[in-house]
Ligand binder design. Sequence first.
Ligand SMILES: Nc1nc2c(ncn2[C@@H]2O[C@H](COP(=O)(O)OP(=O)(O)O)[C@@H](O)[C@H]2O)c(=O)[nH]1
Ligand SMILES: [Mg+2]
Length: 238
Amino acid sequence: MSIVIPAHNEENRLPQTLGQIFAFLENQSYTSEVIIVENGSSDRTLELAQEFTSQHKNLIVIREELRGKGNAVRRGLLDARGEYRFICDADLSMPINEVQKFLPPVLNDFDIAIGTREAPGAIRFNEPPYRHWGGRAINLVIQLLILPGLNDTQCGFKCFRAEIAENLFRQQTLTGWSFDIELLYLARRKRLSIKEIPIQWYFDADSKVNAIRDALHMIGDIFRIHMNALRGRYDPKP
Ligand SMILES: Nc1nc2c(ncn2[C@@H]2O[C@H](COP(=O)(O)OP(=O)(O)O)[C@@H](O)[C@H]2O)c(=O)[nH]1
Ligand SMILES: [Mg+2]
């Protein structure tokens, strides 16, 4: 398995996350790698990540020149070698044990498994109401225009089978926070199976999301995907 962590100014949150991930992986029967993709940080995220490589041979640290979470995730998922490729936010806002719900033998026969904070069985801890209702409003627009039926496209924990990742991420055009919406839209068009996995999720006040600016940008991106689709930009090349 590959665990891909996009990291931007994460010097405070990354050490604990890496400690928990490696402790978990050491007890698993499968082989694994962890890929940190850093871009645009103004703190010591890159140096700190590189220091960890001396203790962990299966840790790869990448500096991506292009900005944005979407660019970082694409780079990591395409460089990864795992049969299963798991995107994981640097704050590990989901207990690492939950990863097992995204993998065989617990989960079988899927192309993409996405963490959801909205399905029955999910638990959200400490999320402020403004963030929750802001997220719900954006999800409404996403469902109306692009992805009916998916209640949480933005959760930072998603697992792709290798060939699905290779296929989808090459078609990605969005570079920022909304990249998940485009990927899931592409997946729907290809009739891939998307499984929603209810998770435990802990809100972290140290979020990199700027509620107003990023929400407006996401609304713009949602319309961009909608227009791209109408213009046939996602159609298979002849
Ligand atoms: N590499 C990279 N990672 C980013 C960028 N923007 C956000 N991230 C990462 O995206 C993840 C989610 O960010 P977070 O602040 O936890 O967002 P929230 O959980 O939605 O509040 C974290 O791992 C961030 O470091 C970026 O521009 N580049
Ligand atoms: Mg977070």
